[in-house]
Design a protein around this ligand. Structure first.
Ligand code: GCB
Length: 618
């Protein structure tokens, strides 16, 4: 599929624009939101005849399905279905919205989707873990029901991110994902209709913060459409309630203002301010939008990450959006529980491995004081299958990066962009052995181009955050060159040296020092861990027992305590999660969670609680 707009069966589909997801739908005096999630009609299109048969004119013989919800575990027989399926809902649009612009926003459609309103083509979106929105006002029927049709296709293809069916890739899974989590499909997040004022509307707000002494410095870029040239910015919270009038030039206004006696945002004190933009006057605005944001800075030295100028250590996990039956769907009670459990063990951060999560996660992190490493869906990039595939993936990774930065840039909780997870070369042993063939060298330089390109892009779009990617064990060090903080996924004691704790410790120690000495940059262990079957115990070191997992995690934390340049320890994983079937994944599960999939603690969770509330560094 191309990233450009396409035509099929004489219909034109607009390409989704990352700008249209910058502002989460909001109910206020000028805007309305209608959550149209719920039970939708659903029909699998096994032979891919739906478009030719014009299923967008109404689904016949359809099943019922829950949205949000991955489709895989809702109906018997669909678990491994990764082809095309159609969703349909009929709904009225409130008459009161008649004079507004009306958008539809889909939180996530895995992987490629096309949309019709009342049988008329609207738009398409490629990429499974980020929202998209389209303006549909001119397709709405008033006083009657409107048919919303979404076609979703989730084939595993080598030139997608994440990729699948990679010939010669390192996974032999069923289904053939080239990554270690189940390729859940369907509409996994909420779907909204929302309205914005027609005359003039706020399109985007970008807040950047700094401070000098006790004064907070805010720089707010407002972008709008429509004929209005004035606005007011209001900052509210912590004893401040301040209006700053401003003027637009070319639909943009950059407003700078100070906050006296600022309360800085941090995990210990997640102080938030309300930033409200009014178009026109505050009293009778043409449009209004309110963001919650925190004033904070994030910087790095050669050995530290500084939050508001003070060293901060990131303690936490790599996670997944994963829960029985829901699949990858938004499950708010599980999200709330996860934050509670992360607090219970003393964690202050996590990585949204291996794709951006639904928006609620970030809002909650802002309020609860968590630090997020926000990761794009570029997991498992390979560089051996020809220029065309490499470039297609690069283009999609860059598009997803634009989308995620557009969506998440105002969250104080987001401190870093991870542009990829475990890009790889085929001969991972070569780096260790120092025997790099010509073919491997070509992969290394292609990889460097992609990764440095993505990190450069992230910096260009947002110079205020850490940029990095999570690197695979055995991956070329050359790729680490442009990372602000080096993220390492390491499995000494599990995938290598299993059972040999002394060797594992020695290798880990040695490699950490080697990398630090080469780059003189702070290091975060973005993955380490061991599978443990909950309830399996032993008196001696035995893999898959809870004791082994606990001992391995303890060893890694001890090593980290002895290194001044280690700035974060993220255990893989927070909870057990579903994967494709593979011989290393009994019951289709990765069991490296310190909690089970149902969020019951293993011994390692208690260990973390002791350590992270104790006096150790980690
Ligand atoms: C990794 C991957 C992660 C896997 C993990 C494992 O390095 O980044 O997606 O789940 O290893 O458990 O093998």
């Amino acid at each position: 599929m191309s990233l450009g707009a396409t035509k099929s069966h004489a219909q034109e589909f607009a390409q989704a624009n990352p700008k249209d997801i910058a502002l989460y739908p909001q109910q206020n005096v000028c805007r309305n939101v209608l959550d149209i999630s719920g039970i939708w009609k659903f029909k699998k299109d096994v032979k891919n005849t739906g478009e030719a048969e014009q299923w967008f004119n109404g689904l016949t013989d359809a099943e019922q399905i829950a949205v949000p919800g991955s489709w895989n575990d809702q109906h018997e027989g669909d678990h491994n279905y990764l082809g095309t399926a159609w969703y349909e809902l009929e709904t009225n649009v409130p008459e009161a919205w008649k004079n507004d612009n009306i958008y539809i926003r889909v939180g996530s459609a895995v992987y490629f989707s096309k949309m019709w309103i009342n049988g008329i083509a609207v738009g398409q979106h490629e990429g499974g873990h980020l929202p998209f929105a389209f303006l549909i006002s001119d397709k709405i029927k008033w006083g009657e029901k409107n048919r919303i049709t979404i076609e979703v296709e989730n084939e595993l293809k080598p030139d997608r991110i994440p990729n699948g069916n990679v010939q010669g890739g390192s996974f032999s899974n069923f289904p053939a994902s080239n990554y270690d989590f189940f390729p859940y499909a369907g509409l996994s997040r909420k779907v909204f209709l929302y309205s914005t004022p027609k005359k003039a509307a706020i399109k985007d707000i970008t807040v950047q913060t700094d401070f000098e002494g006790s004064t907070g410095k805010l720089s707010v870029l407002v972008e709008k459409e429509g004929a209005i040239n004035k606005g007011v910015l209001n900052i509210k919270g912590h004893g401040v309630n301040k209006d700053v009038p401003f003027t637009f030039r070319n639909h943009q206004a950059e407003v700078k203002t100070d906050i006296p006696n600022v309360e800085l945002w941090s995990p210990k004190n997640p102080a938030l301010y309300e930033v409200t933009v009014y178009l026109g006057s505050k009293k009778s605005p043409l449009d209004v939008y309110t963001l919650e944001t925190g004033v904070r800075t994030i910087k790095v030295t050669s050995t530290q990450v500084l939050l508001n100028g003070e060293p901060i250590l990131l303690k936490g996990f790599g996670k997944h959006e994963d829960f029985p039956i829901y699949g990858r769907a938004t499950t708010l009670p599980v999200m709330v529980k996860d934050y509670s459990l992360m607090k219970w063990v003393g964690a202050n951060s996590y990585r949204t491995s291996h794709y951006p999560y639904s928006e609620e996660y970030y809002t909650m992190a802002d309020r609860e004081g968590f630090l997020i490493i926000d990761e794009t869906p570029a997991v498992g990039l390979v560089f051996f299958d020809g220029d065309e595939a490499i470039q297609k993936r690069h283009a999609q990774a860059e598009f997803a990066l634009k989308e995620v930065i557009s969506r998440d840039k105002n969250h104080p909780s987001v401190v870093a962009w991870s542009v990829a997870n475990e890009p790889s070369i085929r001969d991972l042993a070569a780096t260790f052995q120092g025997k790099i063939s010509e073919a491997t060298q070509k992969e290394v330089s292609e990889g460097r181009k992609t990764l440095s390109g993505l990190m450069k892009k992230a910096k260009e779009l947002d110079p205020t955050r850490i940029t990095s990617f999570a690197s695979v064990m055995g991956g070329p060090y050359d790729w680490l060159t442009d990372c602000d903080v080096i993220f390492l996924n390491r499995y000494y004691g599990w995938y290598t040296n299993v059972g040999y704790f002394d060797q594992a410790r020695a290798y880990l120690n040695g490699e950490l020092d080697k990398i630090y000495n080469q780059f003189k940059k702070p290091i975060l262990l973005s993955e380490f861990g061991a599978d443990a079957i909950a309830g399996s115990h032993g008196t001696e070191d035995e893999i898959f027992t809870e004791e082994y997992q606990k001992k391995l995690i303890n060893m890694y934390l001890d090593v980290a305590n002895s290194k001044e340049y280690i700035v974060g320890m993220h255990i893989w994983n927070f909870a057990d999660f579903r994967t494709a079937q593979a011989i290393m994944r009994v019951d289709g599960m990765n069991l490296k969670g310190v909690f089970t999939q149902n969020r019951r603690p293993k011994m390692a969770a208690h260990l973390l609680r002791e350590r992270w509330f104790g006096t150790n560094k980690f």
